[in-house]
Design a protein around this ligand. Structure first.
Ligand code: AP5
Ligand code: MG
Length: 216
């Protein structure tokens, strides 16, 4: 099964992706994570991406599309992937269709998670991420047992540099302008499924899981 998970910043894409990829044995491909790893490693691509990410802007399409094309071409994708954070412009969606045609891949569903803006701001400004294994927490909604330490691997928890209130507000503006038009694109293709993300993490997960079991 090949899936796309979309929704505004803080909707819970990463949180649900962690669970869904385990449940359905899928490969989690997050363009945000790819960029954050490149920043950590100090590569040229990482340096360029950081300039955009810290402003809350999107990394240019030509960079992102090339990365996803290369990643989807690898043999480990054949068993099923969950694309998180890509595509997020109409140009990227059209480019993805071309890549899928080239590779002979078909996507089964686009999971669209919706959450109101006030909740998104609360979620993002309280998010903490493990520096070592990437597990995501929230200081109130999904707290670790010890405030600064990852439950799974004991790694240090940090706050993403784009989770400041100013950058979060800009990311939400960019989402509405550049990413929301994609909802209609996938609606027209008949593969979009909407989920109310303003509920408990487990409730959202159960809902998506039930839907996916029905289309498997
Ligand atoms: P990316 O990393 O993809 O960030 P994003 O889309 O802004 O989404 P987030 O990761 O912030 O939120 P999420 O939906 O994953 O929420 P999470 O599960 O963590 O991209 C970052 C940047 O990279 C972009 O701004 C751009 O610059 C660049 N980029 C990436 N892809 C690109 C592309 N294709 N093109 C161009 N540029 C690109 O949850 C958030 C918090 O809420 C957590 O603390 C979590 O514990 C909590 N939470 C989750 N679900 C619930 C719930 N149901 N109830 C309560 N709390 C919850
Ligand atoms: Mg994420």
């Amino acid at each position: 099964m090949h899936l796309i998970i979309m929704g505004p910043p803080g909707a819970g894409k990463g949180t649900q992706a962690e669970r869904l990829t385990k449940e359905f044995s899928l490969l989690h491909i997050s363009t945000g994570d790819i960029f954050r790893n490149a920043v950590k490693e100090g590569t040229e691509m990482g340096k360029k991406a950081k300039e955009y990410m810290d402003k809350g802007a999107l990394v240019p399409d030509e960079i992102v599309i090339g990365i996803v094309r290369d990643r989807l071409s690898k043999p480990d994708c054949a068993g099923g992937v969950l694309l998180d954070g890509f595509p997020r412009t109409l140009e990227q969606a059209e480019a993805l269709d071309e890549v899928l045609k080239e590779l002979g891949m078909v996507f089964d569903a686009v999971i669209n998670i919706d959450v109101n803006e006030e909740e998104l701001i609360n979620r993002l400004t309280g998010r903490r991420v493990c520096r070592n294994c990437g597990t995501t927490y929230h200081i109130k909604f999904n707290p670790p047992k010890v405030r600064t330490i990852c439950d799974h691997c004991g790694g240090e928890l940090y706050q993403r540099s784009d989770d400041t209130i100013e950058t979060v507000k800009e990311r939400l503006v960019v989402y509405k302008k550049q990413t929301m038009p994609m909802i209609e694109y996938y609606e027209r293709k008949g593969i979009l499924k909407n989920f109310d993300g303003a509920r408990d993490i487990n409730e959202v997960f159960t809902d998506i899981k039930t839907y996916l079991e029905g289309i498997k």
